[in-house]
Design a protein around this ligand. Sequence first.
Ligand SMILES: CC(C)(COP(=O)(O)OP(=O)(O)OC[C@H]1O[C@@H](n2cnc3c(N)ncnc32)[C@H](O)[C@@H]1OP(=O)(O)O)[C@@H](O)C(=O)NCCC(=O)NCCS
Length: 278
Amino acid sequence: MEIREMQSTDIDFALSLTEDEGWSSIRRDFEELLLFDQHGCFIAEEDGISIGMACALSYGPFGTLGNLILVREYRGRRYGTRLMEHGLEYLKRKGVKFTMLDAVPKAVPLYERLGFKKVCRSLRLRGRVEPVVSAKVRTLEDKDMLRILSIDREQFGANRFLFLGSALSSNPDLGRLLEVDGRIAGFMLGSRRHGFVRLAPWIMCSHFELAKSLLKDFAVRVGGKEIRAGVLETSRKAVAVFKDSGLYQESVSWRMVHGRERMEFSDGIFAIGSPMRG
Ligand SMILES: CC(C)(COP(=O)(O)OP(=O)(O)OC[C@H]1O[C@@H](n2cnc3c(N)ncnc32)[C@H](O)[C@@H]1OP(=O)(O)O)[C@@H](O)C(=O)NCCC(=O)NCCS
């Protein structure tokens, strides 16, 4: 098995893998990853045929790994482990101090063997939310971007400008901002997927009591479609707001970390950006 860098011409293959797993990835997900770091996604090949992939992303102080999938016939030969080792080595060269990922329960032993440790559960929620317009919520506009980026950086711990900018330009109507006395209390972005809307990310920095009204206002934009979101179980206020608003738990992954003993996340992160986007 050999490992090479993913090119934009590999995106069809990448999407065939995610589709086969029932993941809801879209072309833009991979385009963004390659735009963020054109050397960070990898294709595994055997005899010149693509058989798997994995992606690595450095945010500077820390990195993330994800999109690990192998064509079924090639599983169980430690190729998945080798792809992850390759990603870890890549991030090490980039100078990251630690690396995070979200693991489906079946893959936890693979990651543990590589030195990853469980931090907390990362919940996958879905459901329909009652749509209610809020006077305190408005459309997130380009002019808000600098303030949003600074809030996001404080909560997330690194700059996600490319993902936030891309989400806003792809689905401008799904960018919602909660404002109290002229100050941003929270914001959310979304993306239309096949038959549902993914809410990602959602950040709150104050007035957590208004989080539910922001979510309900977002539901107005979604037009009756199902909303899906990922949330860390340690974000207790967020979990309570989601469950109280009609979302239910579809599945559970494990947030795991490599290169660090302990890890805490801001409880202002109400919905993660995606496993690789924090
Ligand atoms: C995850 C995956 C890439 C592993 O590839 P692989 O080459 O078979 O893995 P390795 O041989 O290096 O290691 C085997 C480990 O894979 C994991 N694994 C096995 N079946 C799996 C499955 N259906 N889904 C996820 N992980 C699985 C287990 O942790 C296993 O460890 P164990 O043998 O101690 O139980 C492959 O199973 C796959 O493509 N699964 C579907 C996509 C997926 O779940 N990706 C991980 C998302 S976090």
